[in-house]
Write a protein of this length. Structure first.
Length: 199
């Protein structure tokens, strides 16, 4: 059905992200969104299937934007250099677009085909870097990719909630965290190479 109010899906996504950035995803409702867009709430149903549909669309949009940020960071790089750049891009994305980043956690249907494909593309990007840069087997790549995501997401989430109060520069902690993780990958790579020689 063609909407009569002239509002497009991109307008809705932008307005929802603005609200999420300023107030948090919990305050993104059909009512607050309609007020920001100066339309009536029922008009939103021309584009999204209620609040759950809105959250699903926002979560998908967030994953796609994160994928773009990570891909841009990885271009022309490999191994440790690529992972470092991707880690910085991840943190920059979470900081610059906190509402949209938080939207990923509000996906109502994790089995949605588009959501699954978008999430897989992000994971595959990291796995490809790990496979080509470190020579890890597929299972080890998955373990490392999960660790990479857990480190970054945990740090980003704690930072967004004001969880770091000690008098040490947060950016330095990120550098140390990433360097430690990458050093661990290097140790694992060396061990795997030694085991291969022994076989």
């Amino acid at each position: 059905m063609s909407p009569r109010n002239g509002v497009k899906l991109q307008d809705i996504l932008r307005a929802a992200e603005d609200i999420a950035n300023e107030q948090g995803m919990g305050d993104v409702t059909l009512t607050t969104l309609a007020q920001k867009l100066h339309i009536r709430p029922p008009s939103l149903y021309n584009h999204v299937n209620g609040l759950n549909g809105l959250r699903q669309v926002l979560a998908l949009h967030s994953l796609e934007q994160l994928e773009e940020a990570l891909m841009s960071a990885a271009v022309g790089r490999a191994g440790e250099d690529a992972l470092t750049a991707m880690g910085k891009a991840y943190m920059r994305y979470a900081r610059e677009r906190p509402g949209l980043y938080e939207a990923m956690l509000y996906a109502t249907d994790r089995n949605d085909t588009e959501m699954r494909q978008a999430a897989d593309r992000v994971a595959d990007l990291v796995i490809t870097v790990l496979s080509s840069g470190y020579g890890f087997k597929e299972e080890d790549c998955i373990h490392a990719a999960r660790g990479f995501r857990s480190l970054l997401h945990g740090f980003a989430s704690l930072e967004q909630k004001g969880g770091f109060g000690l008098p040490v520069e947060v950016d330095q902690s990120i550098e140390v965290m990433m360097a430690t993780f990458l050093a661990g990958l290097g140790v694992r790579q060396k061990r795997d190479a030694e085991l291969t020689k022994e076989v």
